[in-house]
Every structure is written in C-alpha cells, then in structure tokens.
Design a protein around this ligand. Sequence first.
Ligand code: SAH
Length: 256
Amino acid sequence: MSTLHDCMCADAAHAAMKRAWLIGAGPGDVELMTLKATRALAQADVILVDDLVNPDVLQFARADACIVYVGKRGGHPSTPQHGIVEQMLAHLNEGRSVARLKGGDPFVFGRGGEEQQALHAAGVDVEIVSGITAGIAAPAAIGIPVTHRDHAQGVVFVTGHGAGTSEPDWAALAATRMTLVIYMGMRRLNDIVGALLAAGMSAQTPCAAIESATRPEQRHALATLGDFADAVARAGLGSPAIVVIGGVASLAKDVR
Ligand code: SAH
C-alpha cells in the first residue's frame, strides 16, 4: 500500500490548501459513474480508494496521480477511519488535491458523512460528488423498480450489519408497506429473515439478493421470504450484495 511518502510525486511546491472531493464511484459499471466524478478524478493529485470501488474507474485519473488503497473487506484490517482523514489532511497541507473515492454514493452508508464531519472540523471544505447507490442500481440491474407504486409506498435503505443496540427494528420495518433494501446484510441474512417472519411478514413476500451488481460477475437469487436464506445459500451468494424484500422483487427478470 502506498504511504504519504510515496505520494511526493505530485507537485507540492505550493503549500496552499488544494481541493478535496468525496466522490461516489457508483456500483461498479464504469459507465454508471457521473461526469462530475470523472472530471474531479482527472484533477486529483492523490486518490484514496475504498475496496468496493471498481479499479477500472481509475482510468479517469491522471497518469501521475498517486493512488492509495485504504479499504477493508469483510472484517479484514484496513486504514482506520481517522487515519484516512489524517492522510487527506496531510496531502492537502502539502498542497495536493485529494479525491476520496467510495463505492456507490459517498453519503449512503460507507461513512462518508463521518469523513465530511472530520474534514469540516479541520477547516477543509470538501466537495461532495454524488454517485449511484447500489441500493438502487443493484435491484435495477435485474429489473426491480424499488418504488413501483403497485407494490410499495416507498423504500427503506437499511443496514443488515448492526447487532445489539444498533440492530434495526425489523418488526417495525416488517409493518410498513415499504420495499426493504438491505446493505451489508449477507452475513446476518438468517437472523434478518427470521426476525421479519417472527414479526409477521408473509413467508410469500418476494425477495432478491444481487451480488456484484453491474459488474461482469453479477449474480442473483430470487425466492420468497420463507425460502430466501436457503436459496441464497444454494446459489452461493456472498458480499457485496444488496437484498431486496417486498412485492417489487416479483418484477425481477432473469436478465443474465
Ligand atoms: N456507499 C455504498 C454502500 C457502502 S456499504 C453505496 O452507496 O452503494 C457496502 C455495501 O454496499 C455492501 O455490503 C453491499 O451491500 C452494497 N454494495 C456495494 N456495491 C455493490 C454491488 N456492486 N453489488 C451489490 N451490492 C453492493
């Protein structure tokens, strides 16, 4: 992994604060990145990349840009959050423009909000470049419209990662007529399905899980809630995946 010292490549002659961006790289398919994101990447001296980001998007970076991988995957060690912000501040202080590149949208999970707060606290005005979040793009990739009005009054983006006090209130969520779109839900899928069924959600509720959406290796499983955890296990699906629970999942097409 590159360190601050490896990144002296860019022109650091002037110590004035340069630009900082928090950029959403979209769900994977490079063509689903925004023009604004590609243009910001093309200006950055240093790019700090999360591991859900498709490395192909770095084709928009300058050839002399310094690329630093700071992500973690499924519980493996990564650069601590404060370490990432410290690296960004150090580069900015040295006069380098810094792009922080995150999967999907920078403000939908993935802790972009915390990074913005820390940068603001340090007096840095960071530009936010929105991206297409996996919670919309992954269902769409198999034809699921998350708010189709025949099936849902809205959509809830919820983390499946929380446990203990940060456990979502699945009983309350089961009682809404909202599509549930669950991020980071694969590891606890059995518990989540069990909680929804225990709360009275119908075992016939359509469900989908989409792994590596919009990438060539995209795969998915469709089932009703009663069979869903088994179907996902049979299909061998793992992270990163989006789980969709609700009537809209019945609109999925076997597109691949
Ligand atoms: N900021 C990101 C989400 C980060 S949380 C966004 O807006 O998309 C990480 C979770 O996002 C993963 O555990 C998975 O649930 C989901 N995810 C990200 N990219 C994905 C992809 N290409 N396919 C399926 N799920 C994805």
